[in-house]
Structure formats: structure tokens, C-alpha cells
Ligand binder design. Structure first.
Ligand code: DC
Length: 212
């Protein structure tokens, strides 16, 4: 049980981060948010005045632990730049081994886009968490502003930004966003975080992977 690896993939703002964090806490496993690695590379590129479509590899090689603890990684300019650096095969391969080393050390709950397909194809369990663009946009807005969005123009803008990023993440040549064939797909439109967690724990229990 100590070296259990659980892969959680899905598009932006589908609820995978919340699920992964809560699951890791419940199972007492380390948690790895792999999106943060791409965000940290993007932040370095932007801060150096570089081009996210070109300069990702050198910054991915030089990434330091403290780069992951900045408080300006979840802002719209980094959303866009992270999706651009993540298209680069060299960036992805520079980050791949870090993710594997982290997961193999003590097991982990790992969330991202290519965890079940590329990073840990042999994960003990794989989940693909998704929701409609409207629901995801509303959640993203609430995360950033602390309240529900009543302005239909602002929501439309958020939906467009999410769709653009998903399209970019799903259409890239290397490790595109897609469910692994053996992933359990969960649509979270009508599920709150506690229900998603309960569902995942039930599946893990039925498979004999955990005892709660
Ligand atoms: O999960 P997130 O929104 O923090 O991810 C930021 C960007 O990083 C997103 O556009 C896709 C990319 N990403 C990726 O390509 N592969 C991963 N395993 C995780 C994130």
C-alpha cells in the first residue's frame, strides 16, 4: 500500500486538483501537482523576458524547488504560457524523470494531463476527471474571485480561455491530454468534491487497493 500510484488526469478546472489533494490526505500518500512544474517553467520564461514557445527547455533544465513555491503561478498569463511550454517535447522530457522519481519514492497521488498515459502508464489506478466547459469556467471564476460569476460576459471569456487551453493541451504531438484506455472517467458537473472523493475511494476499495 505504501507505494501505491494513483493517476488523476483531466482538463483544466475539472476538480482533479481538489480530488488529488484530498485523496492523498485520506490515503496518507504524497501529492504531486504536475501542472505546477509547467507553470513554474512558464513563470521563469516570462520573468526572463523569454518566449514560452521557444525558451522552455533551458528553464525546465534549471528548475529549482523554490520555483514551485511562488505565489504568482496561478494567474492568467501563466495559464497561457504554461500550456505553450507544455507543448515542447524537450520540456516534457526534462520534467518526466522528476515526476517518476517523486512517485516511486513513496508512492503518490499524481495529477496532470498525461499521468496515466505517459508518466505512470503502470499506475495502480487511473481516473479521468472532467466536466462541461460551463461548469469548469464557473469553478475557475470562483477560485479566482471568491464568489460565483453573475456576469455572462466574464463567464463567456473564462469559457473561451479554458477551451483554448484544452484545445492546445489536447492537440499537441507529445503527450496530449486524453484519457488512458484503462482510466475510470468521472464527470463532475453534478458532483461536489466530497462525492467525487467518495466515489474514487469506493472504486479503490472494490479493487482491493485500499482499506478504509
Ligand atoms: O493543471 P494546470 O492547469 O495547473 O496545468 C498547467 C498547464 O500545464 C496546462 O495547460 C497543461 C500543462 N500540463 C501538462 O501538459 N501536463 C501535465 N502533466 C500537467 C500540466
Amino acid at each position: 500500500m505504501k507505494h501505491l500510484i494513483i493517476a488523476i488526469d483531466g482538463p483544466a478546472a475539472a476538480g482533479k486538483g481538489t480530488l488529488a489533494r484530498q485523496l492523498a490526505e485520506t490515503l496518507e500518500l504524497p501529492y504531486l501537482d504536475t501542472g505546477l512544474l509547467y507553470r513554474a517553467v512558464a513563470r521563469r520564461v516570462l520573468n526572463a523576458g523569454g518566449n514560452p514557445e521557444i525558451d522552455g527547455p533551458e528553464h525546465a533544465q534549471q528548475l529549482l524547488p523554490e520555483d514551485l513555491h511562488r505565489d504568482d503561478l496561478r494567474v492568467p498569463e501563466v495559464d497561457r504560457a504554461a500550456s505553450l511550454v507544455a507543448r515542447d517535447a524537450e520540456v516534457r522530457s526534462a520534467l518526466l524523470e522528476r515526476q517518476r522519481i517523486f512517485g516511486r519514492a513513496r508512492g503518490a497521488v499524481v495529477d496532470g494531463r498525461d499521468i496515466g498515459t505517459v508518466v505512470f502508464p503502470d499506475a495502480h489506478a487511473k481516473f479521468f476527471i472532467t466536466a462541461s466547459p460551463e461548469v469548469r469556467a464557473q469553478r475557475r471564476y470562483e477560485q479566482r474571485h471568491g464568489s460565483a460569476c453573475a456576469d455572462s460576459n466574464a463567464l463567456a471569456k473564462e469559457i473561451a480561455a479554458l477551451n483554448a487551453r484544452d484545445e492546445q493541451d489536447a492537440s499537441r504531438a507529445t503527450a496530449p491530454l486524453r484519457p488512458a484506455e484503462d482510466a475510470v472517467k468521472i464527470v463532475t458537473d453534478h458532483l461536489d468534491a466530497a462525492s467525487v472523493l467518495a466515489k474514487v475511494c469506493q472504486i479503490l476499495q472494490e479493487r482491493g487497493l485500499i482499506r478504509i
